[in-house]
Design a protein around this ligand. Structure first.
Ligand code: DAH
Length: 340
């Protein structure tokens, strides 16, 4: 039996030298020290060998076991350390490499123009109001002095949801909603930015676009107040060199009504393709709030008056940034957006 133990010791010692990785270590442990391992079996079978041989066999077997366990621990430590080092080498971080810049986003041109417009009117004492995008026919048309069958409804081809509900075609319904809420308090001084929807789709019209509405109601508001406010807006928005003119026009919800032009910001008023060689660009509609509209909003037209205006944001963004096709504003192509 002692001889067999010596044999085990010898093969185990060569085995130890060949251990390369943790898997080898594990297999070795099972082979010699595991439940059915060679040494374990000897120790288990001690009772079967003659009593006088037992102490010597037991002693040697224990010695070999202790020795192997000790060696295994040393080898295991070494392998673990090597594997750790290998891993570190693979994951080596070169701290001298230049960093990767994260892509910094930008505000969309529509948002930028909107922010600018808001800032100018807030500076003039206006507050911000909002209204729903899905609107009642009553607010979108009727209360704005556009009864059913009114021919001016044809100017705004609409998306109807039911007979009485539609996607708002302009931000003007917010005028009525704000008046209803405020009446009879004075003054009202708001702008209402938001999305509007029309059945239009070409290089200069999108079925969804943005407008900013303006409304001021107080005592003795005159056309001169409207003109002064718009002049202040145009100067801040487009610069000192830009001129403004009012042109008589018609809107059912204002009387009198005016369209506002600015001298062409591309050619300075000499005439070019953008201004159709007229030297002028139309930027908004405006007027004094129609007495019927004041009444619908809960105000007495004998006592109060007001002005209103509405402008398209995409149009202003196109002029400001020299964009000739409106649709690229909605394609979200980063190559375009990052040029602005
Ligand atoms: N709502 C009109 C449109 O979408 C624009 C407009 C014109 C608004 C005159 C106004 C206004 O408040 O007074 O075409």
């Amino acid at each position: 039996m002692l001889e067999r133990l010596e044999q085990i010791r010898k093969t185990a010692e060569t085995g130890l030298k060949n251990l390369q990785n943790m898997k080898d270590v594990e297999n070795f442990r099972i082979k010699y020290l595991g439940k059915k391992g060679e040494l374990t079996q000897v120790l288990r079978g001690l009772s079967q060998i003659p009593e006088n041989e037992r102490p010597a066999v037991g002693k040697l077997a224990n010695e070999i076991r202790d020795y192997l366990e000790e060696q295994l621990q040393i080898i295991e430590k070494k392998i673990k350390k090597e594997e750790e080092e290998k891993k570190l080498k693979k994951e080596f971080i070169d701290v001298t490499l230049p960093g990767r810049r994260p892509v910094v986003g930008k505000k969309h041109p529509i948002t930028r123009v909107l922010d600018e417009i808001k800032e100018i009117f807030i500076g003039l004492g206006f507050g911000i109001a909002e209204g729903p995008e899905v609107e009642l026919d009553y607010y979108n048309f009727e209360a704005l002095n556009l009864p059913p069958e009114h021919p001016a409804r044809d100017m705004q081809d609409s998306f109807y949801i039911t007979d009485k509900v539609l996607l708002r075609t302009h931000t003007s319904p917010v005028q009525i909603r704000v008046m209803e809420k405020m009446a009879p308090k004075l003054p009202i001084r708001i702008i209402a930015p938001g999305r509007v929807f029309r059945r239009d789709d070409d290089a200069t019209h999108s079925p969804m676009f943005h407008q900013v509405e303006g409304l001021l109601i107080d005592r003795k508001v005159t056309f001169a107040d409207l003109k002064g406010t718009l002049q202040a807006f145009v100067l801040q928005m487009f610069g000192e060199s830009v001129r403004m003119r009012l042109r008589p026009s018609y809107f059912p919800f204002t009387e009198p009504s005016a369209e506002v032009d600015i001298s062409c910001i591309i050619c300075g008023g000499n005439g070019c393709r953008t201004c159709s060689h007229s030297g002028w660009l139309e930027i908004l509609g405006s007027g004094l709030v129609h007495p019927k509209v004041l009444e619908m909003g809960g105000y007495n037209p004998e006592e109060v008056s007001g002005y209103a205006f509405g402008m398209g944001i995409e149009r202003i963004a196109m002029l400001k940034y020299g964009i000739d096709d409106l649709r690229i504003l909605f394609e979200n192509d980063f190559r375009f957006l990052s040029q602005i």
